[in-house]
Design a protein around this ligand. Structure first.
Ligand SMILES: Cc1cc2nc3c(=O)[nH]c(=O)nc-3n(C[C@H](O)[C@H](O)[C@H](O)COP(=O)(O)OP(=O)(O)OC[C@H]3O[C@@H](n4cnc5c(N)ncnc54)[C@H](O)[C@@H]3O)c2cc1C
Length: 260
């Protein structure tokens, strides 16, 4: 039995194909267009936005006599007016490790703009259990002991079931899978596991906003506060409108431009 803290890993992000972008800029008539975006994701979001109105430079569309200069100003305007669809083009890939099934069950409710791969507890046998201890339990004089003892007991139950059904002697993987799935039914909801989660930037903004709010669940608040920290400086023009207020020791990440 182990008591753990959730970990987040940013393992991937959308990358530009420079020669493809250059070929498109030549095609549309602005071969020397460039931007001061600090990341490929921000270049893409700006480029797709400008594509809509051909607003790369004044006169390219005869209706356009002025254009916003600079990635910060451009994306700031997109956030202000709520044209969030251009933020859907770039993706981020995360691994959330040592998160509970409480966390994963709430996470998967966000469907739009996500991709999910969850550790299979039909395949992966629970020989050792670990869990995050929520603040109320951790700070109560008896809470941690009750929590830890229960986790230890449930770990023993997993081992007893494995012995009783002699799963290690079973040769058919299909039977092992059925047994493993049966045993997990007596594992706790707080069990630490791993989920891979990819999302576009529009989705990420929405999920950060709703899952760091004070009425959200503690572990979700904790993890999405960490996610915000991981993306804030990496993509400053996509998250520059946020402010952070600490509530109950966790970040509440807020903006005037909600759910763009
Ligand atoms: C604090 C909190 C408490 C919650 N409590 C509960 C609870 O008690 N019980 C419960 O069941 N759930 C609960 N939820 C989950 C909640 O109901 C949503 O399922 C979850 O937040 C997913 O967000 P979303 O609906 O914005 O969808 P997302 O998939 O995140 O989609 C983002 C946005 O895209 C649009 N969209 C997505 N799918 C569709 C669609 N099919 N049709 C039209 N528009 C779409 C909507 O505008 C949506 O807001 C809770 C969530 C929070 C944050």
């Amino acid at each position: 039995m182990e008591l753990v803290e959730p970990r987040i890993f940013l393992v991937g992000e959308t990358r530009l194909v420079e020669e493809g972008l250059q070929a498109y800029l030549e095609h549309v008539g602005v071969p020397s267009w460039s931007t001061d975006a600090p990341s490929d994701a921000e270049v893409l979001c700006e480029m797709y936005g400008r594509l809509c109105y051909r607003s790369f430079e004044p006169g390219l569309n005869p209706n356009v006599t002025r254009v916003r200069k600079g990635n910060d100003a451009y994306l700031g305007h997109i956030l202000e007016v709520g044209h969030g669809s251009v933020l859907e083009h770039a993706m981020l890939n995360f691994v959330f490790a040592d998160v509970s099934r409480v966390f994963t069950h709430e996470l998967v409710r966000h469907r739009a703009g996500t991709a999910i791969s969850q550790e299979s507890l039909r395949y992966v046998r629970l020989d050792a259990l670990s869990a995050y201890v929520p603040t109320h339990i951790r700070e109560h004089e008896d809470g941690l002991e009750i929590f830890s003892k229960t986790l230890e007991e449930l770990e023993r139950v997993q081992q007893q079931l494995a012995d009783a059904f002699a799963i290690d002697e079973e040769s058919k993987f299909s039977v092992k899978k059925q047994l493993t799935s049966a045993f997990r039914r007596v594992a706790p909801l707080g069990l630490a596991t791993t989920v891979g989660w990819s999302c576009n930037f529009r989705t990420l903004r929405h999920v950060i906003e709703v899952r760091t709010a004070p009425d959200a669940e503690e572990e979700l608040r904790l993890v999405f506060g960490m996610v915000y920290d991981a993306v804030r400086d990496r993509y400053p023009n996509l998250f520059g409108d946020y402010t952070v207020e600490m509530v109950d020791g966790l970040r509440w990440v807020k903006t005037a431009h909600r759910k763009v």
